[in-house]
Design a binder for this molecule. Structure first.
Ligand SMILES: Cc1cc2nc3c(=O)[nH]c(=O)nc-3n(C[C@H](O)[C@H](O)[C@H](O)COP(=O)(O)O)c2cc1C
Length: 337
């Protein structure tokens, strides 16, 4: 189990996308096509993560698993209560009870690491912060490659100090949650290309460019600046195999959405989504409050399952390039790199 990244036929990693999109079928299709399929363990129980790993293993032995590092910045109870109050009228319109601040959750992080040490996978990546040196050492000791996320030079340096196999530099174009280490920090506005260019001053580890990569030309530009691979999320949201909600796939393909926005409205942590009625309505009152706001808005999002205006339509700035097609076709676009 060595050199998972170096052995890729196509230097493309399918982004782990928690919440449904990056299911086992997508990861298998990407890995079979020569890229690296990734599973997202975020929001899952250990048992659900393990079952999905087993499903992937039936189709490929080349894959990775992504973990949410528990939030290091605490949420302020007063702000959470104020946001719950601000959501009340929307809840009422949906016929729901007044929202309550959700619980803190560490996303079963320690148990997931223990599972992955006992049942090794080729690669583990981390977002929202950094793992401990001890967890890195434990995973490495069973042959697992380590990939860390960073969104600015300070985070690249901190990631480099853990001696990972590669660092994903996630630029401001990226869809979904920013990988920012700590929710309280304002997300970096550096573009993917700026970060790739800067990264060489802060690390000599392989750099993976993430954010706004919608074709081989953009990827080549990042390679020319020193990247070794790209991590692509948004393009895969409308892959045929992806587990993305139908309402979100339809919204991405509809041509009716023009803009994305970085918002804390859905989860309390900065994330890029299609701008819709929910993001606009909550723009002025959104608070730092991950993961409690995620749980607070869950019933509202569930009640809006067929209404894209009430959903977290995670998407990067490049969403207009989305097409409904097999994942292998997306991988093929990057085969010339
Ligand atoms: C729907 C969605 C969910 C995501 N979930 C995760 C996740 O669970 N873990 C993670 O490390 N990154 C996650 N990301 C971020 C991606 O890893 C990556 O940085 C981003 O998709 C790259 O930008 P792009 O969307 O413009 O391709 C998510 C992105 C999207 C669009």
């Amino acid at each position: 189990m060595t050199n998972t990244l170096e052995a890729l036929t196509v230097p493309l990693i399918q982004a782990p996308m928690a919440g449904g999109p990056s299911n086992a079928a997508l990861a298998v299709a990407v890995s079979q096509a020569g890229g690296l399929g990734m599973l997202a363990a975020g929001y899952k129980t250990v048992e659900a993560m393990a079952a999905e790993i087993d499903d992937v293993r039936a189709g490929t032995l080349n894959f990775g698993v992504n973990l949410f590092v528990p939030e290091s910045d605490p949420s302020d109870p007063g702000r959470l209560a104020a946001y719950a109050a601000a959501l009340a009228s929307m809840a009422l319109e949906l016929g729901l009870a007044a929202p309550e601040p959700g619980p803190f959750s560490d996303d079963h992080y320690a148990a997931k690491v223990d599972y992955l040490v006992a049942n090794p996978v080729p690669l583990v990546s981390f977002t929202f912060g950094l793992p401990s040196a001890d967890d890195v050492a434990r995973l490495r000791s069973v042959g697992t490659e380590i990939v860390l996320n960073a969104t600015d030079p300070e985070e690249i340096s901190a990631a480099d100090a853990l001696n990972p196999d590669a660092i994903v530099v996630q630029g401001a174009e990226a869809g979904g949650h920013r990988a920012t280490h700590g929710q309280a920090k304002e997300p970096s506005e550096s573009s993917t290309h700026e970060l790739v260019t800067l990264a060489r001053e802060y690390t000599d580890k392989p750099v993976i460019a993430a954010g706004g990569v919608t074709g081989a030309d953009i990827a080549q530009n990042h390679f020319d600046a020193g990247a070794s691979a790209v991590q692509v999320g948004t393009l895969f949201l409308t892959a045929e195999e992806a587990g993305t909600k139908e309402a979100q796939k339809d919204a991405l393909l509809s041509g009716q959405y023009r803009d994305t926005v970085v918002t804390r409205a859905f989860s309390g942590r900065a994330a890029r989504a299609l701008s819709n009625r929910f993001t606009e309505r909550m723009a002025a009152v959104q608070v730092v409050g991950y993961p409690q706001v995620h749980y607070m808005t869950a019933p509202l999002r569930a009640a809006s399952a067929d209404n894209p205006e009430g959903l977290n339509l995670w998407a990067g700035t490049g969403f207009a390039a989305c097409q409904l097609r097999p994942a292998a076709e997306i991988v093929d676009e990057f085969r010339s790199l």
